[in-house]
Design a protein around this ligand. Sequence first.
Ligand code: TXA
Ligand code: MG
Length: 337
Amino acid sequence: MKAEIIETGVEPQRAIREGVRVLGEGLAVAIPTETVYGLAADATRADAISRIYETKGRPRFNPLISHVCDIAMAERYAVFDPVSRQLAEAFWPGPLTIILPLKPDSIIHSLATAGLDTVGLRCPAGFANELIRAFDRPLAAPSANTSGKVSPTSARHVMDDLGSKIPLILDGGASKVGVESTIVRVDPETGTILLLRPGGLAAEEIARAAGRGITRRAGPAAIIEAPGMLASHYAPGAAVRLDATAIEPGEALIRFAGATITGMEHAAIVLDLSSSGDLAEAAANLFDYLKRADASGAAHIAVSAIPDEGLGEAINDRLARAAAPRDGSHEEETDNG
Ligand code: TXA
Ligand code: MG
C-alpha cells in the first residue's frame, strides 16, 4: 500500500469526501491539525481504533484523545463542570484537550479510553474540524507517527514514516502550532485546574482565562498522570543533550534566539528554532528541526537552553523526553506515542 495524498487547500471537497469515505470503512487516515498531524479513526468502532494502535505500534493501555467539532458534540459523550466549560468556550477550536467524565450512554469505544471512566476531548481548528462535522462522529487521533518517534508536523513527515501502512494522507501544509495540545483536568469539586501535559496552549493563558491558578505535579509524576505516560522515547535516532553551552565537532546544534555556542563553527548542522526569540515560532519548528538534525547523521544533537515560560514549557517537556535515557523497550509509552 502507498498512501494517497490529497491537498486540503487545493481540493477541499474531495479531501472531505475521501476522508469521510475511508473513515467510514473503519480505516485510519492521517489528518492535519493545528498542533501535529493526527492518525484518525472512528472513535466509536473497535476495529477502527485497533488499526490506529497497530499502525503506530502503540500499547493499548494508553488512551487516545477523541476529537469533536464543537461543544455540542462533546456534550453527547462527556459531562462538563463549569470551569471545563469555560475553558472550552475560551479555547475551542484550538490546542486544548480537556479530560472529562464519560456519559454513561457515550458511544465512544472503551478501546479509545483504555477502559477509563473519563475521556480526553479536543476540538481542533480548520480542516480537521470540517472533516469531523461532515463525518458526524468523534475521531480518535494520536499523533501520526510510529510509537516513540518524533511527532509529524507535515504530510511529508507522515509519508516517510507511515506512508506504506495507511491508505490516505490529507495534506494541510505545515502544522501552525507544532507541538501537541495542552491537556488539563478540572477537579469538579474545587474547580482546580490540573496541568497533565504542557502543550500548544500556554498554561499562563489558561490561568488568565479561568481567573485561577494552574496546578502542576512536582517530580516525575509531573510528566502526566494517565496510564503509561512516564517513559521517554519520544526520540530521534541521535542522542539528545540539553542546555548545551559548548559542542564537540560533528555534533548537530539546535539553538534559540541566536545563542552563541562554543565550537558551533564545527557543528554538523546549526538550526535556530527562532532567531528572534519567539517561542511560538520555536514550537512550530521544533519537531521538523529534530528530524533535520537527526538526518544530518550526527550521533549527538546538542540543544541550547530555551526559556521555560509560555510555550517554552511544552518545548522543554518534549526536549526532556527526547533526551531521557532509552532502554530500547516499548513497554512503557510516552504521552507522545
Ligand atoms: O495535539 C494533540 O493532542 C494531538 C493531535 C493529533 O490532536 N494528539 C495527541 O494524542 O497528542 P496522543 O494520543 O498522542 O496523546 C494523548 C494523551 C496521552 O498521553 C493519553 O494518555 C492522554 O492524552 N489521555 C487521553 N485520554 C485520557 C484520559 N481519559 N485521562 C488521562 N489522560 C488521557
Ligand atoms: Mg504522539
